[in-house]
Write a protein that binds this ligand. Structure first.
Ligand SMILES: Nc1nc2c(ncn2[C@@H]2O[C@H](COP(=O)(O)OP(=O)(O)OP(=O)(O)O)[C@@H](O)[C@H]2O)c(=O)[nH]1
Ligand SMILES: [Mg+2]
Length: 309
């Protein structure tokens, strides 16, 4: 692809240019349009509840939120929005453990096909490189040759090392090599790309467990010190489906953090509340486009502010 030239540093700078993003109507704008300038009736509260559900907030949480508005006899949409904000803030607690420099952090990136794992890895690498982390990538998606090529292009673009083997290689063996290399190079952050997999496919889930065993073996047998986390990538445009993915991956191998992607598109974001409330998994990043800089750290107050802008 013409995007990938030799002069990597210049290119990374190029990426900083801003693209035109599609304009989204925020939930707040929508609510003000629907109910602005009048006293909220019972029917209004019912349709407010439907609007929250349509924003992927989930029926149970939406019901509770509306009951709170009712019990507090909220009369205007502006008061309603203020109360919704504080109620929703209490659901989202920023309880993630920060990834810190000066130690090896191993991040195993998981998710179903096409959610944005590989792209998010490049963005996360870029994010931490700007914070002076030494980053290494591992191409443990050996399912398709194109997957390793895609990650290699990002590694070249970012000018960082990548550990890879041929198509069909054992992902666990790549992870094994990558951890050795990370130790030898004094890496702060090792990001492992994995093949997209349906949580319902037992053999692929077995493969993930094998990768996990290899990582743990490095800790116990080789006495390598590191912090390891499983980062699930979900596509923000898929709504309740993303919740089912989070639940399934969490049950099968455990999920420590989530990246929600495609938040630039028509994503509604309400799914974040369902996942945090029901599974208690913290969100780390939001992806807002296809370029390297289209990634923000997830901050619940900003996220909620954004919804109700
Ligand atoms: N608009 C938008 N597109 C994104 C975002 N993140 C990823 N994409 C796009 O989504 C598509 C899939 O991204 P990948 O990173 O290849 O997804 P993946 O999960 O690695 O896919 P598989 O390896 O096939 O499972 C690509 O076209 C990306 O450019 C985002 O935050 N916003
Ligand atoms: Mg991929």
């Amino acid at each position: 692809m013409g995007l990938f030239f030799k002069n990597k540093k210049d290119e990374v700078k190029e990426e900083i240019k801003h693209e035109d993003k599609p304009q989204k109507v925020s939930l707040g704008q929508k609510l003000r349009q629907m109910f602005g300038g009048r006293t909220l009736s019972d029917e209004d509260l019912d349709s407010l509840e439907e609007t929250l559900i349509a924003a992927d907030i989930g029926p149970a949480i939406s019901y509770e939120l509306i009951e709170t508005l009712r019990s507090k006899s909220i009369k205007t949409i502006d008061d309603g929005i203020e109360l919704l904000k504080s109620e929703m803030e209490s659901i989202l607690v920023d309880k993630y453990s920060p990834i810190e420099r000066g130690q090896l952090n191993i991040v195993l990136v998981l998710g179903v096909n096409g959610v944005g794992k590989t792209t998010s890895i490049a963005k996360i690498a870029n994010y931490y490189m700007r914070r002076r982390f030494k980053v290494l990538l591992a191409a443990a998606d050996t399912f398709r040759a194109a997957a390793t090529e895609q990650l290699t292009r990002w590694a070249n673009k970012l000018d960082i090392p990548i550990i890879k083997q041929g198509e069909g290689a054992d992902p666990a063996s790549i992870v094994f090599d990558a951890i050795d290399s990370a130790v030898a190079k004094g890496i702060d952050l090792l990001l492992i790309d994995t093949a997209g997999r349906l949580h319902t496919k037992a053999n692929l889930m077995e493969e993930l467990k094998k990768i996990e065993r290899i990582i743990e073996m490095k800790r116990t047998k080789d006495n390598i010190n590191f912090i390891k986390m499983n980062m699930l990538v979900i596509d923000g445009t898929t709504g309740q489906n993303a919740f089912q993915q989070a639940q399934a991956f969490n049950e099968l191998i455990g999920v420590d953090g989530i990246v929600i992607t495609k938040y630039d598109a028509q994503s509604k974001g309400g799914i974040v509340f369902t996942i945090e409330k029901k599974l208690g998994i913290p969100f780390y990043f939001i992806g807002t486009g296809e370029q390297l800089e289209d990634l923000q750290q997830f901050k619940s107050d900003e996220f909620i502010q954004n919804i109700f802008n």
